[in-house]
Design a protein around this ligand. Structure first.
Ligand code: ZN
Length: 166
């Protein structure tokens, strides 16, 4: 496995709609393993989407279990072609992104989501997530549709903040 370089704005791949994964090839499995390793390498990084490592594919890795505050979660989730089937409630919080290294932003998202996808073992998966994990899933699935948290803030003037270091 290896650490993958992170693509940052304004790279156009971050604005592109990612292609579905049609077959779970050894390359896709390796990409997922590398994405997981890369995610864990960065402190505070709880999710990564394939476009962030220069692969325009519908593949995400999420793991909020190591985050410093305890949150209900499913541990490591590697999801292929993930889709939000249902969303409810509202939750606002500060978001950051490895692909937007200098900024954070206040974003309002659904509090609870029902997500469907496929696991690396070709099995369909359907899970309910809430709170922080739900937010991270929405953030990563947004990447597959060419959306960044900057596209979700209500105001670029009042809801985006410059950070000192990631
Ligand atoms: Zn991100």
């Amino acid at each position: 496995m290896s650490l993958l370089p992170i693509i940052t704005i304004p790279d156009p791949i971050l604005k592109s709609t990612a292609a579905p994964v049609n077959e779970i090839t050894p390359e896709v499995s390796l990409l997922a393993a590398d994405m997981t390793e890369t995610m864990r390498h960065f402190r505070h990084c709880v999710g990564l989407a394939a476009p962030q490592v220069n692969k325009s594919l519908r593949l995400i890795a999420v793991d909020v279990s190591l985050y410093h505050k305890p949150h209900p979660n499913h541990g490591l989730l590697v999801l292929i072609n993930p889709v939000i089937r249902h969303a409810e409630g509202k939750l606002s919080g500060r978001e950051g992104c490895l692909s937007v290294p200098d900024l954070t932003g206040n974003v309002t998202r659904a509090k609870k989501v029902l997500v469907e996808g496929i696991t690396l073992k070709h099995a369909p998966i359907r899970l309910e997530a809430e709170g922080f994990e739900a937010v991270v899933l929405q953030h990563e699935i947004d990447h597959l549709n060419g959306l960044l948290f900057l596209d979700r803030v209500s105001s670029l003037k009042t809801d985006v903040f410059r950070r000192k270091s990631y």
